[in-house]
Design a protein around this ligand. Structure first.
Ligand SMILES: Cc1ncc(COP(=O)(O)O)c(C=O)c1O
Length: 402
């Protein structure tokens, strides 16, 4: 039997890539990894989670071990609505769907809004998981470059005009306004407002992925108000996640938007995995009570702030001239740009020889550009290890320049 003949057209397009091979190389044991986006495992609220889960099972086991509502647990939806209200977003229970992480929200956006060949706009660079999810629906992805204050609006308008000349209207634009993965860039308030105006003028939707906004490391929550808070016309589908503020292993996030969109999302999700786990949802409700989650997030900010600072200090100290990097105000990531003509793909084996790993920038670009860039994350290693890893990386780059 030839398995190739069995695959759907969609599955055929998803064969193993060079990028996946490089990822695998970066997973070897003993390596200092700046590659992943995994939160610090020591920060997980395991003890409290065990307590609330136990109490839940004792008191409501017959409900928590049963199938639940496809839309998600009413009490968790209330928690989400309260958190969203604090971010300036007014919504009701019918506007929310609990998802299996923000990743499922991305998949649902691809599934519900895009047909094969449709054009979707993405930031360049953008989140690898979104590229994968949208490619799965065989969308054509058009990248719009980033500036220090977010997506380049003039270039966006240029792309929209060029598409209009070809009779094409993109279905949506996917953006991460806060502490973007991979660049660490935050979109200015002015740009958020203007982006919405452009979406109105050219009539496309905005998918806003806000996985990191609670992890602001300077300023305040006011600085990271989502685009959704400005949206009076139902143009924005907001995706949130508990992965970075509770833990990724619980697989909980949410999509928030117009009722008619969320109804469609719910129907599609029900066919994928029936309902989110009632037990895990109840656990997160328990963790949200009495201000525990807020205190926990404040602690996380402390951990990630000192790691970010350690990484920025080490970069200053060890990077050769001609290397530039972003200075994120939150989230997990720093984006490094090597001198023009240098190749982060060719550099990776040299970095791995020194037991330090990053993710090549090319992986984050829809058009595979960005060969002289890479992403490093400060979320996973301690300050001392970060300093040592950046020292080795600086050495590898200096040797490559020579
Ligand atoms: C920007 C962004 N969106 C979505 C996700 C997926 O997160 P989740 O665990 O909520 O599915 C991630 C994970 O790293 C992310 O960085």
């Amino acid at each position: 039997m030839n398995p190739e003949q069995r695959f759907s057209e969609r599955a055929k397009g998803r064969e193993g890539s060079e990028i996946r091979r490089l990822f695998k190389m970066s997973m070897k044991p003993g390596i200092i990894s700046f590659a992943g986006g995994m939160p610090d495992p020591g920060s997980f609220p395991s003890k409290k989670a065990a307590e609330v889960r136990e109490a839940g099972l004792r008191e409501r086991g017959e409900i928590l071990l049963q199938y639940g509502a496809a839309r998600g647990d009413d009490r968790l939806i209330e928690v989400v609505l309260e958190r969203m209200q604090q971010k300036g977003v007014e919504a009701g229970p019918r506007n929310v769907l609990i998802t299996s992480g923000a990743q499922q929200g991305l998949d649902l956006c691809g599934k519900i809004f895009s047909d094969p060949g449709d054009v979707l706009l993405v930031e360049s660079p953008t989140f690898i998981g979104a590229l994968g999810a949208f490619r799965n629906y065989r969308a054509e992805l058009a990248g719009v470059p980033m500036e220090a204050d977010g997506i380049h609006l003039e270039r966006l308008k240029g792309s929209l005009e060029a598409l209009r000349d070809r009779g094409i209207a993109p279905k949506f634009l996917y953006t991460m306004p806060n502490f973007q993965n991979p660049s660490g860039i935050t979109m200015s308030r002015e740009k958020r407002r203007r982006l919405l105006e452009i979406a109105e003028a050219y009539d496309f939707l905005i998918v806003e992925d806000d996985a990191y906004s609670d992890l602001w490391l300077e300023g305040s929550a006011e600085d990271v108000r989502p685009i959704k808070a400005l949206d009076t016309n139902g143009r924005v589908i907001y995706l949130g996640s508990f992965s970075k503020i509770v833990s990724p292993g619980i697989r909980l996030g949410w999509a928030l938007g117009r009722e008619d969109f969320i109804d469609r999302f719910e129907m599609a999700k029900q066919m994928m995995d029936v309902c989110p786990s009632p037990l895990i949802q109840a656990m997160v409700v328990g963790l949200s009570e009495d201000g525990f989650l807020e205190r926990h997030i404040a602690e996380l900010r402390g951990i990630y702030r000192s790691r970010r600072d350690a990484m920025l200090t080490a970069l200053m100290r060890y990077m050769p001239d001609g290397v530039f990097w972003t200075k994120p105000k939150g989230g997990f990531y720093i984006w490094v740009t090597l001198p023009e003509g240098m190749d982060a793909v060719a550099l990776l084996p040299k970095a791995l020889e020194k037991n330090v790993a990053y993710v090549i920038g090319m992986a984050f670009h829809a058009d595979k550009s960005g060969r002289n860039t890479f992403r490093i994350s400060f979320c996973h290693e301690t300050e001392e290890i970060i300093e040592e890893g950046i020292r080795r990386l600086g050495e590898a780059i200096a040797e490559a320049i020579r």
